[in-house]
Design a protein around this ligand. Structure first.
Ligand SMILES: [Zn+2]
Length: 288
């Protein structure tokens, strides 16, 4: 008799635990459904990656071209001395690429000249945030704002700062936005796009050049990274990541020669990001 009661109690306990688990799950789903527009607010980067949405959130983070066999070379972290070197090189080769520039650099007249030159020579300019800081880290600071409207206003202001400066200094502002360190999540990317119309563009080929040009490293691995991705892990198209960075003026142009050869040998069409994504690359001021 006692044993039966004990078994019964155990069974009741199990049922209760199961009900609690189901309840928790249900409440979370209802919460997420109700707050689908606010998911970003208390978002932590880990949760951000666990995509559980009806729409394809992945489409808010672009990593490759829309057409097959296209190859977009992109260079982050300029403008600086290295950008000038790259511009001279691309001019001599009659090649157009895409540069993701940090907006604050436009405040320096000399650096602004480099941005204007890149634009005048037919390269596409993207936005690499106002400063080279993590977007997610910066936005996390807004999480203590409880008023939804105020939160949205501040969120938008964070991105408008760069856009407005580009607009003021260049007369147009990049639509393509690359978060420094590639630090972004799907939900944030979706929300940024919704509020600012910026397109979040990462890459599917990381040359890791910033690392391999450091003293004591082997820059040859930059070339190997291109070959490895194209030959061993092929994709239909590529957006590659390189940087206007470092003092390795020794082999950088020679490496670019070889990278261009690899792209050509593998029958890729070299394109700028606007062609790669079939998108207008800039916002313009609407004249009243
Ligand atoms: Zn960067």
């Amino acid at each position: 008799m006692d044993i039966n009661i004990c078994k019964k109690n155990k069974l009741l306990l199990l049922v209760q635990i199961l009900i609690i688990i189901l309840n928790l799950f249900y409440t979370r789903e209802i919460f997420l459904k109700k707050n689908s527009n606010l998911k970003f607010t208390n978002r932590k980067s880990k949760k951000d990656l666990s995509v559980n949405d009806n729409i394809d959130l992945k489409s808010f983070i672009i990593r490759k071209c829309v057409k097959e066999n296209q190859f977009a070379l992109t260079f982050d972290d300029g403008p600086n001395e290295m950008t000038v070197r790259h511009l001279d090189y691309f001019k001599s080769k009659k090649i157009k690429v895409t540069f993701f520039f940090m907006a604050n650099r436009l405040l320096d007249e000399n650096l602004l000249k480099i941005v204007k030159r890149a634009d005048a020579e037919g390269h596409i300019i993207g936005n690499h945030n106002y400063y080279h800081t993590s977007v997610l880290e910066d936005l996390r600071k807004l999480n203590n704002i409880n008023d939804k409207n105020k939160y949205i206003k501040e969120f938008k202001k964070y991105f408008d700062r760069s856009t407005n400066l580009f607009m003021k200094k260049l007369g147009k502002a990049p639509k393509f936005f690359r978060p420094p360190y590639g630090d972004i999540g799907y939900h944030s990317a979706k929300f940024i796009n919704k509020l600012t119309k910026l397109k979040i563009v990462l890459w599917n080929l990381d040359s890791m050049d910033w690392y391999h040009i450091q003293e004591g490293q082997n820059p040859e691995i930059i070339i190997e990274n291109f070959l490895d991705k194209i030959i061993e892990h092929p994709e239909s198209s590529y957006i590659s990541l390189q940087h206007d960075k470092g003092e390795d003026f020794e082999g950088d142009l020679e490496r670019l020669d070889r990278i261009l050869d690899i792209i050509k040998i593998h029958n890729f069409e070299l394109v700028t990001l606007d062609k790669c994504l079939n998108e207008e690359p800039y916002f313009y001021l609407i004249k009243k």
